[in-house]
Structure formats: C-alpha cells, structure tokens
Design a binder for this molecule. Structure first.
Ligand SMILES: [Fe+2]
Ligand SMILES: [Fe+2]
Length: 250
C-alpha cells in the first residue's frame, strides 16, 4: 500500500499570504503522527517562475536542508519555468527540456511528468515525455503499479477557466493508458478545486489548490475564493490497485 499526501498550486510569489498558506499545510504534514510515503506537489509551485520563488519553495518544502520527513515529489505547472525550477528548486543544472522524474517505492511508483508548454497556460506531454513514461514503466519490470502525476487535467471540469487551458491531445494519453494497465490512476492539479472523475477507464483526481479555490459557476461569479482554507489530499493505492482519495482542509 502506498500513501501519498498531495498539494498543488502554491503560487508562491513572495507575498506573506502565499507563504503563510504553504507553511500552514507544510506544518500539518510535517507533524502527522503517522507516516505517509511521500508528498506530491503537482505544479504551479511558483507564481512567476522566478528563482527566488523556487528558493522559497525549497525552504518551505525542506528540499535543501533535509527538513522533510518523507520524499517530496514535484512536477511543474504552467506558472513554472523549467530552467529556474531545475536550478533553484531541485538544485540541478538549469536546462529547458521537460522536467520528468520517477520515485519507486516497494510495490508502486509515482511518475511526475511535465505537462507545461513554455510560455503558455495550456498543457501537453511532449514526445520526449511519452517516451520517458513508456521506458520508465518498462524499467519497473511489470511488477509495480504506477500513478501518473502531472499538472493539467486531460478532461473538462465544467468550469470555463480550467477548461480553457486543458491538457492537449487527450486521445494520445488515452492510447498510452490502453497499453499500460499498470497505471492505476492519474493525479493532477491546475484547476484549484478538489475533483474526482474518470479518464480512459482510470481514476483521475484533481488536487485542491493551496493558494485559492475555484468557485464553480453555480457558486458565484468571482472565480477565485481566496478565503477558502488550504486544501490537501491523501491518496491511497492499495494492494489491489485501487486508488482512494481523502480530502482535507487546513
Ligand atoms: Fe494554478
Ligand atoms: Fe496551472
């Protein structure tokens, strides 16, 4: 069984408000009395893709000082910028290609995929990323289930804002899933609303936003509810390959 805590869309911009909200959920996670296997952060970590924003993210998430009590897994979103993300968040050489990474656990793996398109708000998985996913799954030897994490949901969420900036070529992703039964579920962010649906026969869970919560069309005209509490999810991938998600507010 794998237990993954999940936050998304911190939009760190140097403001006290963004910092406080990120630290609030970080504190809740760091002080959990029981152990989770990892924290997953599905993009829009910085608001402007600035190095200073990633340095703050690295501090808050304990990426530099070993302060995190479990692995912290990240992928970029449309507000992120690849070169400063690599340099200031991950401590790696700056480079412009997609930022993909995998974390392998005892009986499952989490693939963090880059769905950003530099300079744009909609998303896509590049050819390089599709090839990386297949090669990474091949490398798991078939014995492990996998979760795919990326920023842009591949489906409409029935709100005009996120639906304006979706993941492109969803049929290509669906075809990948058809070839890869070991992918047990998809985890995304971007929409700033906790949501659950199905894509190509797999569960698709959208994580809540740290910075603000999307008001649905029937909840009012103002898109961003900045007074909503910080959202948090816990994903459980059990030994039968079933994904269960619990949502919390902090
Ligand atoms: Fe966002
Ligand atoms: Fe986004």
């Amino acid at each position: 069984m794998l237990v993954v805590a999940h936050i998304s869309d911190l939009h760190l911009d140097g403001s006290a408000r963004a910092t406080e909200r990120a630290e609030r959920v970080r504190d809740r996670l760091w002080r959990l009395p029981g152990r989770v296997d990892a924290l997953l952060v599905t993009g829009d970590i910085a608001d402007h893709g600035a190095e200073a924003e990633y340095e703050e993210a690295a501090r808050i998430l304990g990426l530099r000082d070993g302060g995190a009590p479990f692995p912290v897994l990240t992928c970029p979103g449309n507000h992120d910028a690849r070169a400063p993300y690599r340099k200031a968040l991950l401590g790696r050489p700056a480079a412009d290609g997609p930022v993909n990474s995998v974390r392998v656990f005892d009986d499952a793996a989490v693939l963090m995929c880059d769905s950003s398109i530099p300079g744009r708000d909609d998303g896509a998985l590049e050819d390089e990323t599709y090839a990386w996913i297949e090669a990474t799954l091949d490398g798991l030897g078939g014995g492990r289930r996998a979760l795919l994490a990326f920023h842009h949901p591949p489906v409409a969420l029935h709100h005009p804002l996120p639906d304006s900036y979706p993941l492109g070529e969803p049929d290509r992703l669906a075809a990948l899933l058809a070839r890869r039964p070991e992918i047990a579920g998809l985890i995304t962010g971007h929409a700033h609303t906790p949501a659950a649906t199905v894509f190509a026969g797999r569960p698709l869970v959208v994580g809540p936003g740290v910075t603000w919560t999307l008001r649905l069309p029937w909840e009012g005209e103002q898109v961003a509810d900045r007074d909503a509490p910080v959202g948090l999810a816990f994903h459980v991938l059990d030994d039968e390959g079933r994904l269960t998600t619990h949502f919390r507010v902090v």
